[in-house]
Design a protein. Sequence first.
Lengths: 337, 222
Amino acid sequence: MNVIEIKNLTKKYEVEGNTVTALENINLSIEKGDIYGIIGMSGAGKSTLVRSINYLEKPTEGSVLIDGINLSELNRKELRKMRSGIGMIFQGFNLLEQRNVLGNICFPLELMGVSRKEARDKARNLLRLVKLEDKERAYPSQLSGGQKQRVAIARALATNPRILLCDEATSALDPQTTAAILKLLKEINESLGITIVVITHQMSVVTKICGKVAIIDGGKLVESGLVEEIFAQPKSDAAKELISGKNIRYTPIKKLYAQDTIRIVFRNNSAYEPVLANVVLKLGYPINILKADTQNIAGKAVGEMILGLPDDEKAGKEIIAYLRESGLTVTEGLKDE
Amino acid sequence: MNEQVINMLLEGISDTLYMTLGSVIIGYIIGLPMGIMLYVTGENGLNPKRIIYSSVDFICNIIRSIPFLILLILLIPFTRLVVGKSYGSTATIVPLVICAAPYIARVVETALNEVDTGVIEAAKAMGANNIQIVVKVILLEARTSLISGFTITTGILLGYSAMSGTVGGGGLGDIAVRYGYYRWQTDIMIITVILLIVIFQIIQMIGTKVAIGLDRRKRKGN
């Protein structure tokens, strides 16, 4: 069953008499145990979308279902109870500055009326999980960004949530700290089975931990599906831009003007096989690698190469046929028109 | 300086402290909830209510725009109604409170507005209700600003309590006016002024110490 089900969600704002549509007719299903990425450029509406999941933003139209429960049908008290089962972490960490680490993690438990001792025991366990046992008495101002986000994660997990929402949680961190936090999120997902929704503008975050991704552009969901599929064959302009902007620069097909130039796209471990070497060995034709850009995504190799083929037309056809047989997507160069 | 003058000054000090602390405490009893109300019902507050906000806002502005000396005189009938007479230090507390409450409300509102909206959003996401957000998040996170505001307010009320001496309010201001101004006893006036300065410094020092001591934002080391 889908843990999160977003149906026909539209969100409009009134800004000085004008209506601004932040999100338009979004449909999204997130399964239990997924790490689901929602990616888009800034201003695309992804923060509004994640805030709709716990109803910090009420949709103008459409509905959000958590475990089959429609949030619009809950009264305020029921909604607050529902929210306590959905953890959330933020780009700015949003820790209580006047409380120490332990106090911050105990806070959501305090709200629920859990006894002080029980809350502290729980908080200490969570501090072990995020590897900050020695910092329980420190105040947020004494911690680094990565440590603050770890505290925020521990705090978000205190109420044993089924869902963890991450709003640009690594955007304020350096690359190494980002990698460590993403690793921690992945561990939490695997060990606790929590469904994680990751909002980001960085493709690298999605490729590192997400299984599925939705691309938001101009308030609309333009593409969604398995990360490696979208990465290999981005259909929307937004997806292409996001992929090329941060990681692999897919060569526009128009640029492959020469007849003897082809683009091959790797997927599903095919980059681990010596495909190109085999072409040369088996067919005996020389191949020129003009550009190569591949990357490991969730255990699968994804990327592209631009190859220059021999002048011999027959040789070119044989090579293309062989590459297709090996499971690669081949795009032939287009003639100048 | 004879014993009589010393006793008079000691009485003046205790009257001044009585008026200042009395008015600041009662002022906060009225002004703090008013400030919280302004914050909560404000445009970006937890529960925006335009009509409530504008009414409280309007009352605050009106009272704050009347000079204290005028307020003191205007309120004489009201003061007589509340404490039975219009002179003496207890009677002075009435106009001081009326003057201070809207000022306190503003100081409180400003302090609360400084709390990071992200923290409030996080609390909402955790399922906190508005009362929990005000009590457990906003008032605690804003405590340093609140204490600084309290110190400033106390300092101002100390000055205003001295001003009330002109209408027989008692305290050091009263002594300064009666002896220094009407009787040309400059020495007594200077002593009262020095005493006021000392009291002001002590209040400011304690306030700053407490505010810094309670602030967890800049503390280094464990």
